[in-house]
Design a protein around this ligand. Structure first.
Ligand code: ADP
Ligand code: MG
Length: 253
């Protein structure tokens, strides 16, 4: 009887050690995707946008996701950013399984962890630069003064503190994207997701935007940028290629 119980204890101990080892491994990871699939249903036709994505992203990485139009980049980005949930598969973000969360739960995760930058900037035209940057803080329990200080701080980080009172239409495209980056930074996210952030910009301005994202990565943030432009991808430390809903290639820069 004694022996059997010792054996049981030992088995339990080994099991616990294995679990804790797994935890430590996973705590290095910001994103872990296992066999992620996404199917959109249009009428009675299914569009398989992602067909089984396996992806691991460690903390502190700067990753580019490349692929031609229609390959599934935005779909993957939306899943990584918890803007949508997969049809099947497992997604662990920051140590927490998020594959089956409700819309409300997803929005909490997004707000705490992720800043978004899009190709079309998505600034509010009638709000000032400062007000645009302050927008993501409406869910935080903060005083207006605190929030204004935070907004000015992130505007300084993108070199736009002297444009705080401007409206978006008084800015250049590159400046608008810098405002969007400041807005993405204001809640102190660990991860910045940028979907074709330079798609609307000339190559010189695109370089300025990528330099800012590279600087954000150097100060410890994770950056994931979606692009079909090799020059933009060259800023990342790792490039993942996606084709027809599957990862086809990976390389280090
Ligand atoms: P990319 O960003 O690489 O251009 P997307 O992820 O936008 O690719 O699209 C991948 C595939 O999924 C395409 O065939 C596209 O038509 C389809 N798709 C994307 N979003 C939707 C949607 N909301 N409803 C239906 N089909 C979609
Ligand atoms: Mg896209």
């Amino acid at each position: 009887m004694e022996v059997r119980s010792d054996e049981k204890k030992l088995k339990l101990q080994v099991k616990c050690e294995k679990i804790s080892e797994l935890r430590t491994q996973h705590s290095e990871l910001l994103c872990l995707m296992e066999n992620i699939k996404k199917t959109y249903r249009i009428g009675d036709e299914d569009v398989e946008a992602l067909k089984g994505i396996n992806l691991q992203i460690e903390r502190g990485e700067f990753v580019a996701i490349m692929g031609i139009s229609g390959s599934g980049k935005t779909t993957l980005m939306n899943l990584i950013g918890c803007l949508d949930v997969p049809t099947s598969g497992r997604y662990i973000l920051n140590g927490k399984e998020v594959s089956n969360l409700s819309d409300d739960e997803l929005s909490v995760v997004r707000n705490e962890l992720i800043g978004f930058v899009f190709q079309n900037f998505y600034l509010m035209p009638y709000a000032t630069v400062l007000e645009n940057v302050m927008l993501p803080t409406i869910y935080l329990d903060r005083t207006t003064n605190d929030v204004e200080d935070m907004a000015m701080e992130v505007l300084r980080m993108v070199g736009l503190e002297d444009r705080a009172k401007f409206k978006p239409k008084q800015l250049s495209g590159g400046q608008m994207q810098r405002v969007a980056i400041a807005r993405a930074l204001i809640n102190g996210p660990e991860l910045i997701l940028a979907d074709e952030p330079t798609g609307q910009l000339d190559s010189k301005t695109a370089k300025e935007i990528m330099d800012i994202l590279a600087k954000m990565n150097e100060s410890g943030r994770n950056i994931i940028v979606v692009t079909h432009d090799q020059n933009i991808a060259s800023y990342a430390k790792r490039v993942i290629r996606i084709s027809d809903g599957l990862i086809t290639d990976e390389s280090l820069n």
